[in-house]
Every structure is written in structure tokens, then in C-alpha cells.
Design a protein around this ligand. Structure first.
Ligand SMILES: CC(C)(COP(=O)(O)OP(=O)(O)OC[C@H]1O[C@@H](n2cnc3c(N)ncnc32)[C@H](O)[C@@H]1OP(=O)(O)O)[C@@H](O)C(=O)NCCC(=O)NCCS
Length: 164
């Protein structure tokens, strides 16, 4: 279904901002400036899925030694630590008309394999309770309610640690 998954470029800035606005309420959606910084600071941890040349979804996040995401990381791309032990997931988005076709799963598996190849210890993310089961399907485990107050919502910390 997905034509390809590739690394983001600055030319994708407007489209990823648009897809994010379709996927998240305004209080939670990252804006153009945040994506600009992320593409500048960690393009190699930011992948887009294309169908027919159009971006239909993406996954991105900084690397860090922390086992949980803290809110500052969402807005400050410079907190990215290229050699960090954990790959975080700030966002996994699939445009509404392309959902339920396995695209998010492909993006997540791509990010997991990439983190493994780079020798990271694992991956971390925060999610709402309704998606805990979705992420458990990839091997993530819940660490309970996160300290994050991002967008005024309740989030759960999830972690996937590679076995030695
Ligand atoms: C969450 C999101 C990325 C999923 O994208 P998608 O491409 O539709 O996902 P996939 O098709 O790869 O996987 C969906 C499947 O996962 C499984 N799944 C979904 N939620 C699940 C849950 N809570 N428990 C167990 N399995 C679940 C189901 O089998 C589901 O199949 P279905 O869509 O036919 O019901 C997409 O809905 C989205 O962008 N939502 C808005 C943004 C968002 O909430 N992102 C997550 C941020 S934490």
C-alpha cells in the first residue's frame, strides 16, 4: 500500500504541518515552527510515508538518554542527543483518509528497526489510554501515567526495550 518510507526533507515542512493539524486537536498539534526545528535538528529520526508522491503519514522524535519524554522536548529540538540510548516518538500521524490500512504500523516498525540498527537501547513514547493496546502490539510496555500535561490531556509513558 505505502509506496515508500523515506527520511524527511525541509520541502516536506508544509505537508507534515498540515497532516498534524488533521490528526490532532489544536492544543496538541505541533506547529510549523516546531516541525521546522525538528527537521533541522533530527532529520535522520523523522520518516514520512508516501503514496503516489503524497505524504500520507509520518513518525518522528528526538533521541535521549531519558526513559520518559518530558514536555520541553516537544518544543526544543536542540534537546536531541544523537547518541541517546532511546529513540523517542513525538508523533505518529496518518492522514484520516489513509487510516486503517496498516500505514502507522509500517512507520512504527521502520522506526523500531532503525533504532535497533543504530544500537539504541529502545524506544519511548507517550500516548492516550485508548492507544495503549495499539503500542503493546509492537512490544511497548506501559510505565503508567506520564508527568506530561501536553495539551491538557492525560498521557501514558510507554517503553520498548530491546533484549540484550
Ligand atoms: C493512531 C494512528 C497513527 C493509527 O494509524 P493507522 O494507519 O490507522 O494504523 P494501522 O492501520 O497501522 O493500525 C490500526 C490497527 O491497530 C490496531 N489497534 C488500534 N488501536 C488499538 C488498540 N487500542 N488496541 C489494540 N489494537 C489496536 C487495530 O488492529 C487497528 O486496525 P483497524 O484500524 O482496522 O481498527 C492514526 O489513527 C492517527 O494518526 N491518529 C491521530 C493521531 C494520533 O492519535 N497519533 C498517535 C499519537 S500517540
Amino acid at each position: 500500500m505505502t509506496d515508500r518510507i523515506r527520511q524527511v526533507t525541509m520541502e516536506d515542512l508544509d505537508r507534515v504541518t498540515e497532516v498534524e493539524a488533521m490528526c490532532f486537536p489544536a492544543a496538541e498539534a505541533a506547529g510549523r515552527q516546531a516541525f521546522l526545528e525538528r527537521i533541522q535538528c533530527f532529520p535522520d529520526c523523522f520518516f514520512v510515508a508516501e503514496i503516489g508522491g503524497e505524504i500520507v503519514g509520518f513518525i518522528n522524535g528526538a533521541a535521549t538518554d531519558s526513559r520518559v519524554i518530558v514536555d520541553e522536548m516537544f518544543e526544543d529540538g536542540s534537546l536531541h542527543n544523537p547518541s541517546g540510548a532511546y529513540q523517542s516518538i513525538f508523533g505518529l500521524d496518518v492522514a484520516p483518509q489513509w487510516q486503517h490500512r496498516g500505514i502507522a504500523g509500517k512507520l512504527m516498525r521502520y522506526m523500531i528497526e532503525d533504532a535497533r540498527r543504530r544500537g539504541r537501547r529502545g524506544l519511548i513514547l507517550t500516548c492516550k489510554d485508548r492507544l495503549i493496546g495499539f503500542y503493546e502490539g509492537f512490544g511497548y510496555k506501559s510505565l503508567g501515567v506520564s508527568q506530561s500535561v501536553h495539551g491538557g490531556a492525560v498521557w501514558y509513558d510507554m517503553i520498548l526495550e530491546f533484549s540484550e
